[in-house]
Write a protein that binds this ligand. Sequence first.
Ligand SMILES: [Zn+2]
Length: 63
Amino acid sequence: MDEADITAERLEREMARLLAMRRAVGPQPTGECLWCGEPLAPRLRWCSPECRDDWERDHARRA
Ligand SMILES: [Zn+2]
């Protein structure tokens, strides 16, 4: 394994860690809070951690 492989592998692991931290499961951002419909900046999906948690609970129940 050469140095480039090691770097790519490390990057991949870092990406996975970041995604897990952001709990990037679920739908794409729509510009509105997915739980309460509050208008948001693009790329955000919830207006608050509470809305995210409620949404995740509801999502888990339906899944
Ligand atoms: Zn909300």
